[in-house]
Design a protein around this ligand. Structure first.
Ligand code: ZN
Length: 322
């Protein structure tokens, strides 16, 4: 898994495909744009948040620390132009992860925070004052109505995290769902650092079951489209198919013979060979299609997780001894 090095010693990766390019942040490091009507998205180029600017207050969706105080600057910019209040009255947590919620406390305690009941449990566990626990929680679904606008929150099972929710804006033709699909880019390590692999693999079908045109996926510098979800789904489906083929065709016996009494050496030899065989054709197919597909570790580690999920979640993990 070594990458070719250029003259300056840095890895020489494939250029970012034009389809993966995003907006350019301003001098303060943020970009704010209208999604539809009074729904806006904010990005620093890598992380994304969103807000609804209503006459009764601003509803903020996620608070990535990398955007941090630029969230209020973006809100101030838009609400001044639209002639509505810049006061954040409500905040929705997509999931408990700090990289999407770590700037929550800068909006103070006089904000109604809404999240899944598992988000509350996990934030209590993690006990970080930067992320106050949600005051309003729900188990399956919750309708948030502020300033004449409606947002439908729903939980459909664990995926990237146990508490990751679907945030649907039915009157803005938009869905927000974080950390599963990266618009135009491959998932990073280990199925985008996800905990539930079958849940992660099933989530894009749920995403596509909602009506929407605009998709706020949480990362990188542009909104996603339904085509982005389909390309992501195909990338994952290709890894799954390749893993099935590799599991069936790589003979483990020579690796265990070579490992001798060191059984774990045999495991490593066998699973490295399966992972290599799984990932190689996928990396070749998606280089130039999804940004960073040529950074082999990303597809290797995702392929490894999916290959293990095929064995351990779905089975069979191996033949039954006669
Ligand atoms: Zn996350």
């Amino acid at each position: 898994m070594t990458s070719p090095a250029s003259a300056d010693g840095l890895p020489d990766y494939a250029p970012i495909p034009p389809s993966a390019r995003g907006v350019t942040p301003n001098e303060q490091g943020y970009y704010v744009g209208r999604v539809e009507r009074n729904l806006y998205w904010v990005t620093d180029g890598v992380y994304q948040a969103a807000f609804l600017a209503t006459p009764d207050g601003v509803v903020l969706f996620d608070t990535p620390p990398s955007i941090g105080h630029n969230l209020q600057r973006a809100i101030d910019e838009i609400t001044a132009a639209e002639g509505v209040t810049n006061r954040v009255t409500h905040m929705v947590y997509s999931h408990h992860h700090d990289d999407h919620t770590g700037a929550s406390s800068i909006f103070g305690s006089d904000v109604v925070r809404i999240g899944h009941e598992e988000t509350r449990r996990l934030l209590l566990r993690d006990n970080n004052p930067a992320r106050p626990v949600p005051d309003v929680t729900f188990a399956d679904s919750y309708t948030l109505e502020v300033g004449g606008e409606r947002v439908e929150l729903s939980w459909r099972g664990p995926n990237h995290s146990p508490d990751n929710i679907y945030i649907h804006f039915p009157d803005h033709d938009t869905l927000m769902f974080i950390d599963v699909v990266n618009a135009g880019w491959v998932p990073i390590y280990n199925v985008n650092l996800s905990e539930d692999v079958p849940g992660y693999m099933a989530a894009p079908d749920i995403v596509l079951s909602f009506p929407w045109t605009h998709f706020i996926c949480g990362h990188l510098g542009r909104l996603a489209t339904r085509d982005d979800v389909l390309v992501h789904q195909q990338y994952i489906a290709d890894i799954e198919a390749s893993a099935r083929e590799a599991l069936a065709s790589v003979n483990p016996v020579p690796y265990y013979v070579a490992g001798g009494e060191n059984f774990w050496a045999g495991v490593k030899g066998h699973l490295d060979a399966v992972t290599e065989r799984t990932a190689a054709p996928v990396i070749a197919k998606y280089t130039g299609v999804l940004a960073a597909a040529d950074i082999a570790e990303f597809t290797y580690t995702t392929a490894f997780q999916i290959m293990q999920s095929l064995r351990l979640d779905r089975g069979p993990s191996g033949p039954v001894h006669p």
